[in-house]
Design a protein around this ligand. Structure first.
Ligand code: NAP
Length: 252
């Protein structure tokens, strides 16, 4: 086992929680972030500690791009205090929100919020985090199946995720000299709290999405965490600059 330290944004629930737990199962320590759900985040920390790994939870609001320098300072502080190091290995940019906003109703405010949360923060958090990342690390960004197929009401969200896909290819090119890989995971619909738990709360939508998926169901958070753990393993190293769609085969 080659024990590393991962930073997973949005690790208090949903996909990020599962990623953090799967990384811990593989023998890695994890720093997770939460936005509002401090207690849930602490429960994830406890679960990781029960697996015998170290963990901590920090607050982060990716809608406040001005807070990113302060956040990196906090990460550095916690690395020093808890791990006695000043650098970490894996950055998983997972935090995000969903919103169904028909194109003709979209406002500049909606646009700017999604821009901050899904693109600008990922772009600059990664830039700032690289200063405290070890060589040969991994960066994994989260996109969405909606960059390949169109889901009405997702024009802003999917546009930002499309930007993340382009950014990730450039990132892979520019950080490769340090042995760091950068990839995008693009999940299909996953039953989480995402977008007001649309999938969980709407059996009709859930049934429709299951029907257009080759494996016959919508995704669960546990369908994604293992992919992150694999990309962070030595066996995943040669995958670089890729968009990996993980959807059970939706809209093939
Ligand atoms: P989720 O269950 O709603 O969890 C969202 C996570 O992001 C939580 O940890 C939340 O923190 C955090 N977060 C929300 N707003 C934030 C903000 N302003 N600043 C910092 N953190 C914030 O969502 P999910 O389904 O796990 O989604 C995770 C990622 O996967 C997102 O990037 C999403 O776009 C992507 N994705 C999801 C699906 C899907 O169908 N679920 C499909 C494709 C892609 P708190 O718990 O503290 O509020």
């Amino acid at each position: 086992m080659n024990r590393k330290i991962a930073l997973v944004t949005g690790g208090s629930r949903g996909l990020g929680k599962n990623m953090a737990l799967r990384l811990a199962e593989k023998g890695h320590d994890v720093i997770i972030t939460y936005h509002t759900k401090k207690e849930e985040a602490q429960e994830v920390v406890t679960a990781i500690e029960q697996l015998g790994m170290k963990a901590t939870a920090l607050q982060l609001d990716v809608n406040q791009t001005g807070s990113l320098d302060g956040f990196i300072q906090e990460v550095t502080k916690v690395l020093n205090e808890k791990w006695n190091v000043s650098t970490f290995d894996f950055l998983i940019n997972n935090a995000g929100i969903g919103a169904t906003i028909p194109y003709l109703e979209a406002t500049e405010e909606d646009f700017d919020r999604m821009l901050n949360i899904h693109f600008k923060s990922v772009y600059f958090l990664t830039q700032k985090a690289l200063a405290i990342m070890n060589n040969n690390g991994r960066i994994i960004n989260l996109s969405s199946g909606t960059t390949r197929f169109c889901n009405p009401g997702y024009s802003i969200y999917a546009s930002m995720k499309g930007a993340i896909e382009t950014f990730t290819r450039y990132l892979a090119k520019e950080v490769g000299a340090r042995g760091i890989t950068a990839n995008v995971i693009a999940p299909g619909p996953i039953e989480t709290d995402f977008n007001n738990a649309t999938i969980r709360n709407n059996p009709q939508i859930k049934g429709y999405l299951a029907n257009i998926t080759a494996l016959g169901r919508v995704g669960e958070a546990s369908d994604i965490g293992g992919i992150v753990a694999f990309l962070c393993s030595e066996d995943g190293y040669w995958i670089n600059g890729q968009r990996i769609e993980a959807s059970g085969g939706i809209s093939l």
